[in-house]
Design a protein around this ligand. Sequence first.
Ligand code: XMP
Length: 510
Amino acid sequence: MKKVLILDFGGQYNLLIARRVRECGVYCEIKSFRITMEEVRAYGPDALIFTGGYASVFAAGAPMVDMALYEMGIPVLGICYGMQMMMQQLGGVCRRSVTREYGKTELTQTGGSPLFRGVPEKAIYWMSHGIEVEQTAPGFRTIASSAGCRHAAVEDPAHKLYCVQFHPEVVHTQYGRQILENFLYGVCGFDREWAMSSYVDEAVAECRARIGSGRVLLGLSGGVDSSVAAALLQRAVGDQLTCIFVDHGLLRKNEGDDVERVMREQLHVDIRRVNAQERFLGKLAGVTEPEAKRKIIGEEFIRVFEAEAKKIGKVEFLAQGTIYPDVVESGLGGESVVIKSHHNVGGLPEHVDFDDIIEPLRRLFKDEVRQLGMELGLPESLVWRQPFPGPGLGVRIIGEITREKLEILREADAIFREEMDRAGLGRSASQYFAALTNMRSVGVMGDERTYDYAVALRAVETQDFMTATWCRLPWELLDKVSGRIVGEVRHVNRVLYDVTSKPPATVEFE
Ligand code: XMP
């Protein structure tokens, strides 16, 4: 299988480049630009992409690649900083831009380059740079320019070297996808080879080889990642896999039963469900501070998991549903800084006896995990499940968590999700849910005065959950949901819609 090596210079869209390449059906991985030539040769890439980055090519010690990379004879695409670096290294000249370009910019392409095949002469591209190429390196010709940037794209077709100042990977670049396809299929000559249908066998074989006759323990949360990991491991090693499903009582409506049923009946997974609702609610009684709540839930989770694991005894492998963005964001893939550590509930259990960790999804993006789930026969309702945080409804109930509040929230949230699905919007928003505010207010129902809770609805769109914008849901839908919630859920007399983006708000309420 052909593979692209993406060398990461720390730019903000780097993970997106990898996603786009994979969407084109070409396998790729991100590594830091600090990789050595020996490591590159050992990896054996068929093409290279140099990403954008935060550094200036003029800075002392600016990140540069080994010149031997250009001698490998494989196609290279340099994006933004990657372009400037290539030009500097190959004998061109960069300068500070006279006009900094940021955002949507019109570019004119001169025609004749395979990179722009099928792309109109003028189109909108996403630019973000304060440095530009003043003089191209020998052998290169300019293939696109904008009002403020004469060399917005250049090529040396004889050596298959291509550079673009804009970002083809972001959606704001009108023909970005086409340009990436042109590079991958046209310039590199790759085919669509990377697909989950063919990856299943490879992944199963890999897990089998690694696990041998060992035993595997997996913590199942009911979320997409751990469910797909369970399905894959079950396919690979059957009953050598045991899953522990800690039901902390903070799950959505019917969630615990659904997960248990699918895993046990459909996939024949050896699943041990621990009903620990009482224990969690007991510990959480009277606690209102968000971080304290999170901490209790995280710690209890580990304790319950450990106690159950002890009953199983020694296992060779502890499996985790880590996916590729987690790997990259924790700084192991490329140059990106650690951003996500708080998102793994409680970390690793200390008192579980295992030799090694197995992460069967660590090379996959979320959409690939979903496709893999479908290939493995998981039901759509599980594969397309809304992202759900480890602490569950615990961070969607403001203030103290009580049984009554959980009941109210479960019902309201189920109605919202049901109506989103009915309206055909279920997959259009990245995440949506109901939260229970700690506010009570006055209302009137029939002839009676009420004094009840306000439910907040939230729906956001996001690429990476680091930033998010609130969804402009249709008024009719909000009206329907609001009507049903106050009509069907006791002790709710008001429904609010959250129109705050992230930042300044977060996606979850606590
Ligand atoms: P925030 O609230 O940080 O949420 O803007 C961003 C995304 O992360 C999810 N999230 C969590 N997921 N454990 C998880 O597994 C957590 O503690 C946690 N906190 C937030 C949230 O649902 C959203 O998708």
